[in-house]
Design a protein around this ligand. Structure first.
Ligand code: NAD
Ligand code: LMR
Length: 338
């Protein structure tokens, strides 16, 4: 079993190019919101991967330029471009993985929940289209508020009669990526060998890094646990403040989204890969909850649960639950009223 990392370990350099050394599956991957701050660099990373044979770029504006640009890269993935709702069904037909970074980002002073009014409708419409055109595809939802947009997509799939909870994921990989970075920096660890499980949801207090379960095993003072937990929970806001009105994390999110997509694709071709993601869950009282998941050919193969929590983590989980339950209820209600 391996932890998903974005690496070129399975590729060989030949004449400066990247070639696959293993049998390459024919995976068709779509990015909805492909012309955006996340969509463009994530599409770039996907185009470089031997795991992707067809790269579908969809947005409501500016797709043609992004697709023309990316299509000149000397890798095998074939790029196609679709723009506007009239072309959405064609874009999604035959897709194996659909990544959704469509929607507005935060500005300073906003919470992720403040994006609900705009992004809920966008995710509703895109998931309705995916449920129709490629019901068996794996769905990776990046659009915020993830705590609510995943329940929205799930309700849409239920209404369409095609719901499979093992195929719908809220992409919380960026929380793990940040936690790995911050903990490795704080403790002088090799970041490429550091793994911090992050459970719960993807907003403020609902993001719960499990510092008691860090690999390699490492000890923290109480003050370190408290300050590092807060830094990981507030890392998105740190970027929003630094960008000062120009949006939220895009480059680190593109990395995290590509890492998650590659883990899904490796799982689909039979490798046993573990990633944390926000999925339908019965691990806690919350109907959706992020935990480490074993990925496989059918998507979520096994929910690995949250293990034994420290007293601090138990207290933080209790603090997170009201917000998480409220976000989930809001998403479910919206989907059922629209
Ligand atoms: P952006 O504004 O740069 O890009 C969004 C793109 O979505 C734009 O190109 C826009 O045209 C497109 N879009 C809007 N409506 C659409 C529709 N109906 N169909 C297809 N495309 C549509 O924003 P961004 O910085 O790329 O962020 C996108 C979303 O990702 C935001 O909601 C943000 O909060 C979220 N986000 C999530 C995480 C995470 O960890 N899950 C991390 C960072 C950002
Ligand atoms: C993040 O964690 O960076 C994203 O959810 C974007 C945001 O609004 O913080």
């Amino acid at each position: 079993m391996s932890l998903g990392r974005l690496s070129v370990s399975s590729v060989l350099r030949y004449g400066g190019r990247l070639l696959s050394t293993s049998s390459t599956p024919q995976a068709k991957v779509a990015v909805l919101g492909a012309a955006g701050g996340i969509g463009q660099p994530m599409a770039l990373l996907l185009k470089q991967s031997p795991l992707v044979s067809q790269l579908v770029l969809y947005d409501v504006v500016n797709t043609a330029g992004v697709a023309a640009d990316i299509s000149h890269i000397e890798t095998p993935a074939q790029v196609s471009s679709f723009e506007g709702p009239d072309q959405l069904n064609e874009a999604l037909t035959g897709c194996d993985v659909v990544l959704i970074p469509a929607g507005v980002p935060r500005k300073p002073g906003m919470t992720r929940d403040d994006l609900f009014n705009t992004n809920a409708t966008i995710v509703l419409k895109l998931s309705q289209a995916a449920a129709k055109a490629c019901p068996n595809a794996m769905l990776g939802i990046i659009s915020n508020p993830v705590n609510s947009t995943v329940p929205i997509a799930s309700e849409v799939y239920k209404k369409a009669g095609v719901y499979d909870p093992c195929r719908i994921f809220g992409v919380s990989t960026l929380d793990v990526v940040r936690a790995n970075t911050f903990i490795a920096e704080a403790k002088g660890l090799d970041v490429s060998a550091t793994n911090v499980p992050v459970i719960g949801g993807h907003s403020g207090v609902t993001i719960l890094p499990l510092l008691s379960q860090v690999t390699p095993s490492v000890s923290f003072t109480d003050d370190e646990v408290s300050s590092l937990t807060t830094r990981i929970q507030e890392a998105g806001t740190e970027v929003v403040k630094a960008k000062a009105g120009a949006g939220s994390a895009t480059l680190s999110m593109a990395y995290a989204g590509a890492r998650f997509a590659f883990s899904l694709l490796r799982g689909m071709k039979g490798e046993s890969v573990v990633e944390c993601a926000y999925v339908a869950s019965n691990v806690t009282e919350a109907a959706y909850f992020a935990t480490p998941l074993q990925l496989g050919p059918r998507g979520l193969e096994k929910n690995l649960g949250m293990g034994t929590l420290s007293n601090f983590e138990q207290q933080k989980l209790a603090e997170a639950m009201p917000e998480l339950l409220g976000n989930i209820e809001k998403g479910v209600k919206f989907a059922n009223e629209n």
